[in-house]
Design a protein around this ligand. Structure first.
Ligand SMILES: [Mg+2]
Length: 130
């Protein structure tokens, strides 16, 4: 599989977690963003722990994932991203979002911020977040 070749041998032993904002980031958001559910599935297929961090209520986030048949590890409100880090051990943490609020939340929670547009380009090219 092409995507897997992007990982070095050592990378296979790292646990990576990626959080997605919803509105303006995911294709099913309002407004729609550039990250398709297929991209999310691909990232999950690479072994990333995935979930969402959004201003949508937790129950709404859970419904979205359930409706799209994607099992996620977490669903949190935007200002609670640090709880993900406290509760889920990983070697690298990423948050994909489209606004300054996403950048701030990422920095406060110790996540690497990945702007939505950059993430789309990387995923379309078969690359990992970083
Ligand atoms: Mg957004």
């Amino acid at each position: 599989m092409i995507l897997a070749t992007q990982h070095t041998r050592m990378d296979r032993y790292l646990t990576r977690l990626i959080s997605f904002d919803i509105d303006g980031t995911l294709e099913i958001g309002d407004p729609p963003g550039g990250i398709t559910m297929e991209m999310v599935r691909r990232v999950k297929g690479l072994g990333y722990l995935i979930g969402s961090c959004s201003d949508r209520t937790v129950s709404e986030q859970r419904r979205i994932w359930r409706d799209n048949g994607i099992k996620v590890e977490f669903t949190v409100l935007k200002h609670r991203l640090e709880e993900v880090k406290e509760q889920i051990p990983a070697d690298e943490y990423y948050h994909v979002g489209d606004t300054e609020a996403d950048r701030r939340a990422s920095l406060q929670a110790g996540f690497n911020f990945l702007p939505m547009d950059d993430a789309v380009i990387r995923f379309l090219n078969g690359l990992t977040p970083q």
